[in-house]
Each structure stands twice: as structure tokens, then as C-alpha cells.
Design a protein around this ligand. Structure first.
Ligand SMILES: [Mg+2]
Length: 124
């Protein structure tokens, strides 16, 4: 079970197509991009009014519609996440940040950029 699967089940129940092939085309992707924007604005308003309950609700709604966007355009979110996580963690060889004299976290030799193209299987 995953968040993306939960949302896929919701979409199937609501007769919204869940794509397995990559594409940004179609009204549904536009709909989910608009929903992401809406939920972000709601969450920001809740944050500005110091409303913890609505912030938590808004964050969950944001994850929900982001998973809906992934399902609308055929992105396997977990594989992208694993790649981004590996890239971010590559900044900490031996689990420790390397900082310069001013405290800035430096990119060590171990650092690598996420290869999203490869993860999405879009390499020629
Ligand atoms: Mg909401």
C-alpha cells in the first residue's frame, strides 16, 4: 500500500483514468495541477492564521492531489522519490554534512544529481 495507490483507488472509484504510460496531455492533468495550486493556497492561508488543524489537513490534501497528478501523467512517484532521496543523502558522506568556514553545507565529491530521465526510463 502506498499514498499513490490509495489515490489511484480513489480515482478509479471516481471514474478518473489512472495512466501507466507517461504523458502530460489531457484535461485531467490540468485539473490536478489546478488542485495542487488550490490546496497550496488553502494551506498557506491556514499557516498565516496559525491554524494547526487546517495546516495538517492542507498538507495531506496537497500530498493527495500531487499523487493524483502522478496518476494522471503516469509517474511512478516512489521511484522518483528514491532517486531524489539518494541524491540528497549523497551530500552527507558518512552521515555528516561538510560545511565551509561560514557554515554553508558544501556539495562533497560523493554528491550526485538525481537522474530523473533514467528513473522515468526516458533515456535513448
Ligand atoms: Mg483542502
Amino acid at each position: 500500500m502506498s499514498y499513490q495507490n490509495d489515490v489511484a483507488n480513489f480515482m478509479k472509484a471516481g471514474e478518473q483514468p489512472v495512466r501507466s504510460e507517461l504523458s502530460l496531455e489531457g484535461d485531467q492533468a490540468t485539473l490536478y495541477m489546478n488542485l495542487i495550486s488550490e490546496e497550496y493556497q488553502e494551506t498557506l492561508s491556514a499557516f498565516k492564521t496559525n491554524d494547526m488543524i487546517e495546516v495538517a489537513d492542507g498538507l495531506a490534501d496537497m500530498v493527495w492531489v500531487i499523487m493524483g497528478m502522478c496518476n494522471s501523467c503516469g509517474i511512478d512517484f516512489d521511484s522518483v522519490w528514491q532517486e531524489v532521496k539518494a541524491s540528497n543523502m549523497s551530500k552527507f558522506p558518512n552521515g555528516k554534512a561538510i560545511k565551509n568556514d561560514h557554515g554553508k553545507i558544501m556539495k562533497p565529491d560523493s554528491y550526485f544529481k538525481p537522474n530523473i530521465k533514467k528513473v522515468l526510463d526516458l533515456e535513448e
